[in-house]
Ligand binder design. Sequence first.
Ligand code: FRU
Length: 913
Amino acid sequence: MKTRPFHIFFRFFSISILLFSFSCNKTETKDYTIGFAQTGVNDEWRRAMNQSMKIQTSLYSNVELIILDGEDNIENQIQDIEELIAKNVDVLIVSPVKSQPITPIVEKAFNKGIPVLIVDRKTEGQNYTAYLGGDNYQVGVDAANYLASLSNERKKVVEIRGLSGSSPALERSIGFKTTIEKNDNLEIVKSIEGNWESYSIKDSLSKVLNEIKDIDYVFAHNDRMVLGAWEVAKEKNLHNKIGFVGVDGLPGENGGIKLVQDNVLLATILYPTGGDEAIRLAMKILNGESVPKNNLLETTVIDFRNADIMWNQFNKINQQQQDILKQQSTIDKQEETYSSQTNILKLLLGLLITSILLGAYSIYSGYNIKKQKRALELQNKKITIQRNQIKKIAEKVKISNEAKVNFFTGLSHEFKTPITLILSSVESLSDNKLIRDNKLVQEVGLIYNNSKRLLRLINQLLDFRKIEDRKFVLKASETNLFDFTNTVFKDFEREAQKRNISFSINCNNKSLKVYLDRNLMDKVYFNLLSNAFKFTPNNGSISIDIKDDFESNYVTIHFKDSGIGIPNQELNNVFKAFYQGTNNNKSSSGIGLHLSKEFIDLHKGTIEVFSKHGAEFVLTLYKGNAHLNSDEIIYLPDVVDSAVLSFNVDYEEDIFNQDAVLNDDERYSILIIEDNPDLVKYLKGKLTQEYSVHVSDGSNGVEMALGLIPDIIICDVNLPDKTGFEICDILKKDLRTSHIPTVILTALNDKESYIKGLESGADLYLTKPFSFAILSQSIKTLIYNREKLRYYFVNNVHNIDTSHFGPLEQEFISKVNKIINDNLDNSKFSVENLASKLNISRIQLYRKMKAIMDVNVSDYIQNIRLEKAKILLQDSQLTISEIAYATGFSSPNYFSTSFKGKFNKSPKAFREE
Ligand code: FRU
């Protein structure tokens, strides 16, 4: 439908072009062709004949004339006629060189149905349409009668004949002889044979003139031969004695009429060429008119009496012919102009038609476009309305989906805390030396294993959500591949033993290191091995094969089992989410392999599966780190994710076995900010033995921290009032609490939460469920580091490099030092004064100084005074009393006692030294 208007337009266009080109060509085609096989064109008579034919033909605009020159040669003429037959001419005109040899080819044309007109010379028989030519018999008769009329005495005549075998020569001779025989005064004494040309008779005539002395007349069959005869006679000085008569009577300088006027000839018998009559006759034949078979042209004698008249007449005719030719050429030119103007007109007409068509088409297409535009606008409106509706629905769906997913994610997070408690309690139980009952141990193991399984499933669900949200960013660190693999391998060794499964690990390059996100890769390994163990029967085999392709830039890890395998047609689907194999009825979430593939994709690696006897999963990983972005590479130690720790964590014995309960004052204090009562109960129960434990449910976390200034804070993230990140941030920015190591406990283990934790200034970030052993060890490490720092301060109190502190501590110590130094000579400057200048309470100042440098504030002030005094004793000329007052001692005696107490020397002794 769409192409139709174009189609119509092009049809009109091509029709107009066709019309135009057709009318252009029409003037060039002719309706008829007349073919003329001419004897030859060597003489004037033939040329005059051709000329009159051409002039006559030019009067018919629909006729074409083809003249072929036979060169007075029979073979040539036969060929010419063949050619004209082949051209399928409408009329064939022939002037035969000789009668007999040309007759068959003329008959051939005639029998083919081509009308044949014989001119001038005849063929044999009657197989042609018509004959046209001068009456040659009459020519002979006229010549004889003319000679007879000249005298009453008896005269001797020599006849010179034309080409033997040509009809004019024969007929002229008969006419001449017959008439002479009837006349007693004339006698033909010799008859010479020529070929129509003057050279052909010269020798034989010369002989005759030598032999016969008193010849009176010479009659030659044409003017060319008679002129030759006259020349021969002249040579013999006989030309005035002999009278010459010729035939043709052509006008023009070398023609017979001129020869008569010049007294060379007595007379010439007019023999018309008949060229114009021949064309007229041919046209009659073409027009289907009947024509007589024999058409004889009249002849006449031209001698001194009518030569001038004839000459003038011929000149006039000639002039008229020239005029006709001129007119013809003018007509031709006009026709040409007319034709080209007609063509231009036609072209213009064509263009006009085309432009009208184009205009019509453009109106039509404009209308169509308008129509289509309107339809499109309407459609567009509809689409916009639909799109808005879809948008609204999508928004609703998104909100509802988000709510569902948030609920689902929140619920998953909620699951993690109770599982943490179960796992940690089970850990304690398994460690409890009182449990010796085998059955109980088994049951505890069962609880532990299933809790871990539950935890893994929840983690997988959370991972799936994160993968969906594209929230995973690889945290790859350089890892020894064999060691890493071996750690996971060990986790499964016990099950392999139990089920008598041959479980092996092979590696061709144990020192190979690759960049792995250990947390994610651990999940991949765990998933592949769990599946292998799930589907491999007892007594089967499972192997891990690490193949370092030394030649290339990658390493492959093969996990092969002798289990039930995977049907071939399902191999492509195993990595799709929620896919369940058809050949097993073991329950599965269907996301483990999907996650594995996503995790391997994050590593820019590949995971493939093959199944022949059992299943084989092949991981391909790049060596080096060129394939990773800089933000995917971490150089920090990995965050410990206790979810992947094995059941056999080596606990430090003494954590749980400290019998001696220390006094609150001697013990380090811990503030737990957590709103889950179970977790609080659990942690309190575990930590009370060693630490002085204080608890906040989150509603007053900051206040309690400021009041207590504890040695360590453990803080949950999801709290009712402020989040754990916010609490940590406030405490770390407060001078009074900024030094306290803070551990964040959370169920959120994504990268953003981890970064948030770091930003809030947390010292440690543990994801739930955490291992108590790790928490306990971390608390110890944090306290130990703090102690180390304190030890350093105590021993370098006057030479403290503040760069060991956090920024707030640095500022705090600088402030303290500046205030003390500003008041160095003020003996009344007290701890209270210092605290108030720092805008904190005396007790907070005391605790802060104790916490970060383990010093008593007044001791610290005293130390600075004494250190300054020591310098003044060394470098100044001040007296000891002056130095005592300058460094804020109320009396020189008190200064001396204090100085001796610190440096074991009196100021005087020190100065003397
Ligand atoms: C021309 C011519 C004439 C003559 C005629 C006879 O070729 O020789 O001189 O009259 O032919 O066919």
